[in-house]
Design a protein around this ligand. Structure first.
Ligand code: ZN
Length: 1143
């Protein structure tokens, strides 16, 4: 689970759409695996500004988010280790290749990723295969097809969903779901881009890997959906009519997924910009599907699209890892040999968009709520298409670098000037994007008043001119360069498979018939760029780029978006009237037939596959599963009375460290101020350093830093775990560098960024190539930390050769952070409001879950105060208070610092090789000595809760988020490992079938927090409300009536173990171990849980049914939904919900 990134469509039309919304359970198996995700991380107010940077392709972020590298670089982020002799990997001889029907086109050793890569061509069909061999056990396979749509009916997206619904060899309803249930995959999903569709899988187990490969190949080339209209109806769209007397409605998974996408202003802006900037080619339409156009799609067009593009001649296939390269070709030839060459490779070519001779301007409306000051809710964004021709790698790198310089960190001039102008609340849609055929650049703001729209545009243009004329500060250039180099060196893709990250880099060129090797080799171009900067100066490098690609480029599109409180209801009314016309045009027989067809589809969806059919989907045996959990070497010691955990692991010369402070002395009322405290520390500067200087200092000298509060329940304890974590990393090459890390820890106390752990998809996304950053934004809200969500990740560069500042100086910084900048603080508040509002629309299920948790336990309450609806309410009050009582706020910030920073209750966690661990000790000691012994203020008791009640939170939306939760420990239920298996089974069967497949929601899942005992049900982009609650309530009966055979059970067990054993890079291992330590999860307990998982029986399911009934009987329901649906629900069920307005 850690591993799969999920679905959910993305923020801009350029982002890919995923097949399924993968929910990351908060803690179901967390205790076994490292509960990182289980803990609530609270978002940084600064996240908003940074996040938006990411949304378009360039995944920039900053020294800020992500890897602090913008896409240009992150797409190249493979390890810079070069100069080693090429190790020998198993080879495929020309002969062997020939025998299997392939010819070797070219072959290279790529030192950046220590891999031997060979490009093959299937002789008969022309299908190209990149076969990458190395020592990575996390094997990756991917098949990518060029699928340019001609209209916005969403064909490629619907097809992407549908091909995984049964195939020739695997004729069950959803082999994909069977794989989700019962494989050890480290990645499993599918995604649709504006011009291509990707089907990637990954696993560390070779047998499992080839099972996945075969299911995917069969699905892509021989899907059942092209013969079976039911799949098209289910995944795409259909008319639903339960009874001829009722109204007809539209249903369909993609239909509702896209309704959700089209309910978010940021998404709408991204889509409009994408389409306006490339009106003449395939990018002028939406591959995901416009809900207005989706119902125009016919089954015949759908079939034709598959026939045309899902052909080996139009496919590019990727293999990566330590498996046998000959076997790869053998597996492929079985499939490819069945085809003759087709012209699809030519017909799928992406046309170039010719550059405009004049800039254009577009004004559009977006659906807004009625509350709040609508005058201040305009959005404006300026976009450029940079070039007609593809750029060479050197220019691309330089543009990526430029992007980072202009927008990458809070101190970057373009970003800083826009935010400080007070003209808008936050940046939107900003950055370079190079993932499609032609690169583009966008920058804009949201939360802009009507009178200021023009001013924002002028400010953007004037700032760009000024930058071209004056160039960049040399400290800033150095900081950016260091950021980029560190990330290249570290090559940390989090839980996202490295091989997949490389595939996405390679495919970004390969898909346009360019060299697939080139994007993997960045060392030389980077060196050349560095040399040029050193020789000619940065101005000579960057100013001409700004002039040529931006200022003198007339292919410019300005988009202005105005809020329209009528739009949502208008759209709803339009849809209704279309459906009424449809109904009026039907005879009685037609209606009866439609009701019959609806029932037929529903029955088909709800009828499980027969066990014999399911047997065709390959699966592992229990004997393939290791009996013991993975242990992380952990040595617990002590430095000056502070507990220190050391993890001796190979980290390629990087030291990872966490310093954990206790929040036990923080006053309750200060809690909601903590996220802003973090941002203030980071972005206000000190007595001696302006915030820009501070930022650059960090950029030049440090490695990577993130800070965030986290809270969790602890099983068996009333007191929650509430901590404040500082994470950092640095090169360990020299003692000073080690010491740097500790400096980092100091620095981050001024410069606090919120991070999303290694586990989080967000982080994954950030580490990835462009597309992922898109979904990153979505993940950020939707998946990862769906409980309290938030996110942004900042990494600050550490130069391995950096000179060392005296620790005293750092200490001094720490002491001297000035909480005095009222104007900056105001900005932080408005950015936070913008971010929270976006979250409400984009991941209402997270808001709902946080709300329920806040009613059910203290840790949930704390987290909701720092990232839920309560937090948003607090921010609104605070926005007024900044003007009235700045003194008071400023002293509260001081008080937070005094309450948090102390040696008492502090824990240090370090991950590196043994030698580095020893070396770093002195620095840790110095660091600790510097901290005050005890925090100011006495210990407080955390005991807050929200009142228990059913709540409906009103937002302008076309689809809902519906939750219900209760505490199963209150029934006397005692935690058993089987609970993980059972909750996974409930998600993958009962909820998947009812909430998603027949209910038409994009996602439906449950989550069991083993620390608190809270069991929650949630739905995502859901057209229903009460109906979904009824499904949740039926769960107990579902379990009681369940009859699973041994094979199904085995599958569920293996799938659960797959989650528990998720693949982790060394830093993640060390971090997991820390989390287990904080939550009191021992290795003995993990072993016991594992045994309980492995021996789960049907009896456990039945027993669990009794416990889960508590949710039905005593649980609370929270929905984030439209006013219409809430009204209807309250009418149908006598004011079931207390109504709360949010937007
Ligand atoms: Zn989708």
């Amino acid at each position: 689970m850690l591993r799969t990134v999920s679905c959910s469509a993305s923020l801009s039309s350029a982002s890919p759409f995923f097949r399924f919304f993968r929910h990351f359970p908060r803690s179901s198996t967390a205790a076994l695996r490292g509960p990182a995700r289980n803990l609530r991380r609270i978002s940084s107010p600064s996240a908003a500004g940074r996040r938006v940077l990411l949304r378009r392709g360039l995944r920039v972020s900053s020294a800020a988010a992500g890897r602090g590298v913008n896409g240009q670089f992150s797409r190249l982020s493979v390890r810079a280790v070069a100069t080693q002799p090429a190790p020998s990997y198993p080879d495929v001889s020309q002969d062997e290749a020939e025998k299997l029907g392939f010819e070797k086109v070219s072959e290279e050793f790529i030192s950046e990723c220590k891999s031997k890569a060979t490009l093959f061509k299937h002789k008969k069909t022309g299908c190209e295969v990149m076969s990458v061999s190395n020592e990575d056990e996390n094997k990756v396979f991917g098949i990518v097809l060029r699928t340019p749509p001609k209209d916005s009916t969403g064909i490629p997206h619907i097809l992407e969903h549908s091909v995984l619904c049964g195939s020739r060899k695997y004729p069950v309803k959803e082999p994909f779901v069977e794989l989700l249930k019962g494989s050890l995959h480290t990645f499993l999903n599918a995604f649709t881009y504006p011009d291509r569709t990707c089907y990637p899988v990954a696993s560390t187990n070779t047998k499992d890997f080839y099972n996945l490969v075969d299911v995917y190949l069969d699905a892509v080339f021989f899907p059942k959906c092209v013969e079976d209209v039911h799949t098209f109806q289910q995944e795409g769209w259909h008319y639903e009519l339960n009874d001829p007397s009722e109204d007809i409605s539209y249903k369909g998974v993609v239909f509702n997924e896209m309704k959700g996408v089209y309910s978010q202003p940021d998404n709408i802006l991204g889509r409009i910009a994408q389409q306006a900037i490339s009106p003449d080619n395939t990018y002028g339409v939406d591959s995901g599907g416009d809900p207005k156009d989706i119902p125009k799609l016919t089954f015949e067009e759908f079939q034709e699209f598959h026939r045309k593009y899902y052909h080996p001649s139009n496919a590019r296939i990727w293999f990566y890892g330590d498996d046998d390269p000959v076997h790869r070709l053998r597996v492929l030839s079985e499939y490819l040999d069945m085809f003759e060459a087709s012209p699809s490779r030519d017909t799928s070519k992406i046309e170039t968009q010719k550059l405009f001779s004049e800039p254009i301007r577009i004004v559009e409306k977006y659906p807004a709520g009625r509350d709040g000051d609508l005058k201040k809710k305009n959005m404006v964004c300026v976009n450029w298409l940079l070039s007609e021709k593809p750029l060479d790698l050197q220019t691309q790198l330089a543009l990526g670098f430029l992007d980072h310089l202009m927008l990458g960190t809070p101190a970057s001039p373009l970003r800083k000037i826009l935010l400080e102008s007070g003209l808008g609340e936050a940046l939107v849609s900003s950055g370079m994007s190079d993932e499609l055929l032609q690169p583009q650049f966008s920058v804009g703001m949201k939360g802009v008043s009507q009178d200021n729209v023009q001013k924002v545009e002028e400010l953007i243009m004037n700032t760009l001119k000024k930058l071209a004329e004056e160039g960049f500060d040399s400290d800033a250039v150095e900081a950016s360069m260091n950021t980029i180099e560190f990330s290249l060196r570290e090559n940390n893709t989090g839980s996202f498979p490295r091989g997949l990250s490389l595939m996405l880099q390679s495919i970004a060129k390969w898909i346009y018939d360019m060299d697939p090797f080139e994007p993997l080799k960045y060392t030389e171009p980077l060196k050349a760029l560095k040399a040029r900067i050193a020789e000619e100066g940065s101005k000579a490098v960057f100013s001409p780029l700004i002039e040529q690609f931006i200022l003198n480029n007339s292919h410019r599109v300005t988009i202005e978006m105005q809020p329209d409180p009528e739009k949502a209801s208008q759209e709803e009314a339009e849809e209704k009237s279309i459906l009424e016309k449809v109904k009026a045009g039907m005879t009685e027989e037609d209606l009866a037939e439609l009701a019959r067809a609806t029932e037929e589809l529903r029955l088909k969806q709800e009828t499980p596959d027969p066990p014999e059919a399911l047997r065709c989907v390959p699966s592992l045996n229990l004997s393939d599963i290791p009996k013991e959990p993975t242990y992380v070497p952990t040595e617990v010691g002590d430095i000056n009375g502070v507990k220190v955990l050391r993890h001796d692991l190979f980290t390629n010369d990087i030291v990872y460290a966490e310093v954990v402070f206790d929040m036990g002395s923080l006053k309750h009322e200060l809690l909601p101020l903590v996220p802003l405290f973090c941002q203030s520390l980071m972005e206000m500067g000190t007595k001696d350093l302006s915030f820009v200087q501070l930022n650059q200092l960090i950029g030049r000298k440090t490695g990577g830093i993130s800070v965030y509060p986290l809270t969790s329940s602890v099983r068996g304890k009333a007191e929650p775990c509430s901590k404040f974590v500082v994470r950092g990393k640095s090169m360990a090459g020299r003692a000073e560098d080690l010491f740097n890390l500790i400096d980092l820890a100091f620095l981050c106390l001024q410069k606090i960024y919120f991070s999303f752990m290694l586990y989080s998809p967000v982080r994954l996304c950030l580490l990835l190539d462009a597309p992922n950053v898109f979904f990153c934004l979505d993940c950020e809200y939707n998946h990862s930390d769906w409980k309290t969500g938030f996110v942004c990740r900042d990494i600050i560069q550490c130069n391995p050769d950096t000179e060392t500042d005296s620790i005293n100086r750092m200490n001094c910084l720490l002491q001297e952070v000035q909480f005095t900048d009222q104007q900056r603080f105001k900005q932080f508040v408005s950015q936070s409001i913008a971010r929270m509002e976006n979250r409400l629309r984009g991941s209402g299920h997270g808001i709902a879950a946080a709300r329920m948790d806040a009613m059910l336990n203290v840790a949930g309450w704390m987290s909701e105060q720092m990232g839920g609806l309560s937090y948003l309410e607090f921010l609104h009050t605070l926005a007024k208070k900044v003007d009235e009582d700045w003194e008071g706020i400023s002293s509260s910030l001081e008080e937070i610092r005094r309450s948090l920073l102390a040696r008492n209750g502090c824990i240090v966690n370090m991950t590196a090789d043994g030698k580095s661990l020893t070396n770093i000790e002195k620095s840790v000691e110095k660091f600790l000595n510097f901290l005050p012994e005890t925090p100011s203020g006495g210990l407080v008791t955390w005991d807050g809760r929200l009142p228990l009640r059913n709540e409906a939170i009103v937002i302008p939306t076309q689809v809902n988020y519906v939750g219900k939760a209760g505490n199963i420990y209150s029934t006397g239920y005692e935690l058993d490992g089987s609970a993980y298996v059972i909750s996974k089974h409930i998600s993958n069967t009962w909820l998947w079938d009812r909430v998603r497949v027949s209910g038409g929601a994009y996602g439906g899942f449950c989550d069991f927090d083993s620390h608190s005992g809270v069991f929650s049900f949630l739905s995502y982009r859901d057209p229903n409300l009460l109906k979904t609650l009824d499904i949740y309530d039926g769960t107990g009966d579902f379990l009681r009536g369940l009859d699973v055979d041994q094979e199904t059970l085995t599958k569920a067990i293996i799938g659960t173990i797959g989650d528990v054993d998720s693949y982790q890079l060394p830093d993640a291992k060390g971090y997991s171990s820390l989390m287990r330590h904080l939550l009191g999860v021992t290795d003995e307990e993990r072993q016991r849980k594992r045994e309980e998982i492995l021996t789960t029986s049907l009896k456990d399911f039945k027993e669990f049914a009794e416990a889960i009934d508590v949710v039905r009987e005593k649980g609370v329901a929270v929905a984030v939904a439209s006013a219409e649906d809430i009204d209807a629900a309250n009418q149908a069920r006598s004011n079931f919900f207390e109504v709360k307005k949010a937007l």
